[in-house]
Write a protein that binds this ligand. Structure first.
Ligand SMILES: Cc1cc2nc3c(=O)[nH]c(=O)nc-3n(C[C@H](O)[C@H](O)[C@H](O)COP(=O)(O)OP(=O)(O)OC[C@H]3O[C@@H](n4cnc5c(N)ncnc54)[C@H](O)[C@@H]3O)c2cc1C
Length: 366
């Protein structure tokens, strides 16, 4: 089959990878470079972890996510995953960290529960009096997104895919199974897979009822010298407790210490809007983390990276068939870790036409 894939974030790259392995002729079109630093998949690293709320179903799906990454590492001949485990810190009864702990318990997944004193003894950048407890699991770490993207683009080219950078799709003719590029060129195929991330509504505005786009930013920090050794060996921190919705990736894969919080995001109808960090933005993100972190004013701001992404209302992943087009948005702020698995599942749906099964899987309902 001839398939055009629009967008080379992790979903598009993985879909192309999986289709090429099955013998299909793939054209992958990316409006920017691969990786594209403005895309959700274009930052240095993303968290993978087993922990999910008990009811979501995504915790179970992590087994498949890891298996798909292992298949990819085998093909690339390189592992772009740092399995340093993950930590959560609870600060209030019923906070998100506690929901994650309950999810691990419900699934029977092992973790180590630590009181506040022991948590701070191991990770001295935390302040004991501000936390209730911490828990650590080995089933998590950091995925090195930019290395993954570069490796996958190289693999695709070496295996005969037509991979085009700076090839912006201006419109999709879903009935015909064709796309028109910004320079006017028209390409046709049997199927078109659209994995355009936060730009999807520019191609399919009618999906605004299902997908909302947001703009956010993360900050890369330079910690005080005495705390650097602790950060170098720390696990990823999936949730810092309380209502901060904060997560942290320690230095990994050549990238620095990164802090991000869901509180910083704002709705944005245009993924290209406000993509240069504004003065003070890094400090504002950093300072949300006190408590449970001390000495934050001593953490220097190294870089602020803006990002645009899509959410569904219930924070599940989304897919829909429109004519010959299959539009997939596996994000809601937590999709990267499933990236390789998403590609395999989309390839299944392209081959057997069972879009409903894909939708159920994307929603972690099967
Ligand atoms: C700050 C932040 C932190 C996150 N943390 C995590 C985490 O720790 N763990 C996790 O699992 N997930 C995380 N996520 C979510 C994760 O990054 C996304 O779910 C995932 O990267 C989405 O990949 P994608 O391929 O669907 O979209 P994208 O990465 O946005 O890729 C879409 C691509 O399509 C291209 N494109 C768009 N329109 C066109 C067009 N018209 N023509 C050609 N190309 C086009 C874009 O340039 C882009 O490269 C986070 C997201 C953000 C923003």
């Amino acid at each position: 089959m001839k398939v055009i894939v629009v967008g080379a974030g992790i979903a598009g790259l993985s879909t192309a990878w999986s289709l090429v392995k099955r013998g299909h002729a793939v054209t992958l079109l990316e409006q920017g470079t691969i990786p594209n630093p403005l895309a959700a998949s274009g930052d240095h690293h993303r968290i993978i972890r087993r922990a999910y709320g008990a009811a979501t179903g995504y915790g179970r799906a992590i087994t498949e996510a890891y298996a798909a990454w292992d298949e990819l590492w085998g093909d690339l001949g390189a592992v772009h995953h740092d399995p340093r485990g993950f930590l959560c810190v609870s600060r209030e009864a019923g906070d998100e960290a506690e929901e994650y702990r309950e999810g691990l318990e419900a699934g029977g997944y092992p973790f180590e529960l630590l009181d506040a004193a022991e948590t701070v003894r191991r990770w001295p950048f935390l302040e004991a009096e501000t936390i209730r407890y911490g828990f650590f699991s080995t089933e998590g770490g950091a995925l090195h997104c930019r290395r993954i993207a570069a490796g996958m683009a190289g693999w695709l080219r070496a295996h005969g895919a037509d991979v085009r950078e700076n090839a912006k799709v201006a419109g999709v003719d879903a009935v015909a199974g064709a796309v028109t590029l910004a320079d006017g060129e028209r390409l046709a195929a049997d199927r078109v897979v659209v994995t355009a991330g936060a730009w999807v509504l520019k191609l399919f505005p009618q999906l605004a009822a299902d997908l909302v786009t947001w703009r956010t930013a993360v900050v890369y920090l330079d910690p005080p010298a005495e705390l650097k050794p602790a950060w170098e060996t720390a696990p990823v921190i999936l949730d810092v407790g309380g209502r901060i919705d904060g997560y942290i990736i320690p230095p990994s894969g050549g990238a620095g210490l990164k802090f991000g919080t869901g509180l910083h995001k704002m709705p944005s109808a245009d993924a290209d809007w406000n993509r240069v960090a504004v003065p003070g933005e890094g400090e504002a993100i950093r300072d949300r983390f006190a408590p449970p972190f001390g000495r934050l004013s001593e953490y220097g701001i190294k870089e602020v990276v803006t990002c645009a992404y899509t959410f569904t209302e219930d924070e599940r992943f989304f897919g829909t068939e429109i004519g010959r087009a299959l539009v997939v948005s596996a994000c809601s702020g937590h999709g990267y870790k499933f990236g390789a698995a998403v590609g395999r599942r989309v390839a299944d749906a392209i081959e057997d036409g069972d879009t409903d099964r894909l939708k159920r899987w994307l929603r972690a309902e099967s």
